[in-house]
Design a protein around this ligand. Structure first.
Ligand SMILES: Nc1ncnc2c1ncn2[C@@H]1O[C@H](COP(=O)(O)OP(=O)(O)OP(=O)(O)O)[C@@H](O)[C@H]1O
Length: 590
């Protein structure tokens, strides 16, 4: 009974008490929303944004993860386009452009668009993104795409080199996850795109140009907005309506002008990291029903604890769906192979050969170094699974809507509080229950205070209780005797089993070493205030190696790390990247 009323409360918090048609949407579109997507009523952010977007105003939307921002901007655009008389057709080119930071999000938005346009066959959806075949994209653009979803780099490529790409009728530009697009270092691309499309504000830095006479409407959306987005807002929005944030949160006009361009904004951050921290000390909007916890784990026991918690979660819930975030692609690959191959039976004596796969669930991996085809397959498959585990870098942190994910584990800290918010936002979507668990080492505990500054507070996960629940060789360890995680018999046995597994598998050993090296590099890449919390000097590299089940001395691993670091610096010099902040490519963190 209590559960029911809590659910009703959450529903009340998320949904508006009106209908889609009362917001001014055409009845056929309302039917599509109901029949194709199963949406009966609008969410609150949809109820606020749809009428404003229909009115033609520029809009800046700040709303929590999983509250329905995608349809909040797609529905009014489709509504306008379907009403044009005479009807638009492919030869009219592109009317709306949706810019997103990642390929998976590009596909996701395209899929929703595709469903919504089912009864409006004359409005053509399409996408262009990195990793896809350029010539095929060119051919699709030549035929004409009415609403185009794109990642910035590939879009700019087509704007420059695909002469048949018609965009003189462009009316809308939408920046979905606007802050992330800029954080990924796409600032310069965005400026060029705005310039080519003539969508830079007249009166802002640079000239508005006369490419088109069509009235423009630009929209910016994210669950977290920062100073860089304010700058983008300044150069791309005209007297915007703010949804979900106060006027006072936007800096004065003068402070926008402080940065010459979005690109220089990125550089500014490298040189004076504290500016970013200062600008993001407002509270973030997190789903109210999300239960956030942290677990304090000594470095050398991290791997064994991760595996134990995963086992506990999959053993206790029949339909468990989980995402674990790592800092680098190599770390994802190592843990993926480990979980796919590691066999251990804690019930049989060590000398008996009765082994079984430690974790029995479907495991997927996702990161930016994977082939596009594999990324696409993983993305699609994890969506439909009921019981599965996804190991990912931050490529899955933004915007992705995997149904029924119950728990998010941040095994490696996200660093920036914004990324923490987006990672946990993959669960507890649209009023659903959800849990999140953040791994912290004892020396990293100050990170909790950093999150507190943004109104994010976490409670402690009962780790020892969970470890005590496992039985080892047919017996439960006696609880009170073992007070620390690292001396817990379960952890000791598991760690031993992991280390002997790695030492006997040369492929695994190589993966573990690579993962160790890139993990250390990523750890040193924390910026600003976070550098104080995540300091490599505070860590014992031997313990870090243990967290990759490596018995080797750190000096052995250190050599190859130094070799890799030198190579990286050389590559950067050759590419002339030294002053430019591009975190993902430097650290294998895509
Ligand atoms: N009116 C609605 N009724 C029912 N479900 C909805 C409605 N609007 C959106 N949803 C569903 O809610 C989920 C979250 O929507 P969406 O991905 O647009 O959220 P978001 O605010 O963009 O999240 P994020 O900030 O993480 O990108 C999706 O599964 C979507 O299908």
């Amino acid at each position: 009974m209590i559960k029911m009323s809590k659910k009703n409360e959450t529903v009340k918090e998320i949904f508006a008490s009106c209908s889609f048609s009362s917001l001014g949407l055409h009845s056929t579109l309302c039917d599509q929303l109901r029949e194709r997507l199963g949406f009966e009523a609008p969410t609150k952010v949809q109820a606020q944004a749809i009428p404003v977007i229909l009115s033609g105003r520029h809009v800046l939307v700040n709303a929590a993860t999983g509250t329905g921002k995608t349809v909040a901007y797609l529905a009014p655009i489709i509504n306008h386009l379907q009403s044009y008389s005479p009807r638009i057709d492919r030869s009219s080119g592109t009317f709306a452009l949706v810019l997103v930071p990642t390929r998976e999000l590009c596909l996701q938005v395209y899929e929703i668009l595709h469903k919504l346009l089912h009864r409006f066959h004359w409005i053509v959806p399409g996408y262009v993104m990195g990793g896809e075949n350029r010539s095929k994209e060119k051919a699709r653009l030549r035929k004409g795409i009415s609403i185009l979803v794109a990642t910035p780099g590939r879009l700019l490529d087509h704007l420059k080199h695909t002469s048949s790409f018609l965009h003189t009728n462009l009316r809308w530009i939408i920046f979905d996850e606007a802050d992330r697009i800029l954080e990924l270092g796409f600032g310069k691309e965005i400026e060029e795109i705005l310039d080519i499309l003539g969508s830079r504000n007249i009166g802002s830095i640079g000239e508005g140009n006369e490419v088109s006479n069509v009235k423009r409407q630009n929209l910016l959306l994210s669950a977290t907005l920062n100073e860089k987005v304010n700058h983008l807002a300044k150069i791309s929005l005209e007297t915007p309506v703010l949804i979900g944030l106060d006027e006072k949160k936007l800096p004065e006009d003068k402070s926008h002008v402080r940065f010459g361009s979005l690109e220089s904004d990125v550089k500014e951050e490298v040189e004076h990291p504290s500016t970013t921290m200062r600008s993001t000390t407002e509270d973030f909007k997190l789903p109210a029903q999300l239960v956030q916890r942290y677990v304090k784990v000594p470095c050398g026991s991290r791997l064994a604890v991760l595996l134990s918690i995963l086992k506990h979660l999959f053993d206790t819930e029949v339909s468990q769906k989980l995402v674990v975030f790592f800092s680098t692609c190599d770390a994802v690959d190592f843990h993926y192979s480990l979980l796919s191959e590691f066999q251990w039976s804690p019930h049989s004596q060590p000398d008996m050969e009765l082994k079984q796969l430690f974790l029995r669930c479907k495991t997927f991996r996702l990161h930016g170094n994977m082939k596009q085809e594999d990324r696409r397959t993983t993305f699609g498959a994890f969506k439909t699974e009921k019981k599965a585990l996804l190991l990912s870098t931050d490529v899955a942190a933004r915007g992705l809507d995997f149904p029924k994910v119950k728990c998010i584990i941040q095994y490696d800290s996200a660093g920036e509080a914004t990324e923490y918010v987006h990672r946990v936002g993959r669960t507890a979507r649209l009023g659903e229950r959800g849990d999140s668990l953040l791994f912290l080492q004892p020396v990293e505990m100050d990170y909790l205070q950093d999150l507190e500054k943004h109104g994010v507070s976490l409670t402690e996960y009962p780790l020892l209780k969970v470890l005590d629940s496992f039985s080892l060789y047919g017996q439960k360890p006696r609880v009170k005797k073992f007070l620390t995680t690292e001396s817990h018999p379960w952890i000791l046995s598991l760690q031993n089993a992991l280390e002997s597994f790695i030492i006997h598998e040369s492929k695994m050993k190589k993966l573990a070493k690579d993962a160790f090296c890139s993990w250390v590099r990523a750890y040193t890449a924390h910026r600003g205030e976070l550098k104080r919390i995540f300091t490599l000097k505070k860590l014992h590299l031997g313990h870090v190696a243990k967290s990759f089940a490596l018995k080797e001395q750190p000096s052995l691993v250190g050599k190859s790390f130094q070799k890799q670091s030198k190579k990286r610096k050389r590559d950067q010099r050759q590419k002339g990247q030294s002053g430019k902040w591009k975190f993902p490519s430097k650290t294998n963190a895509k």
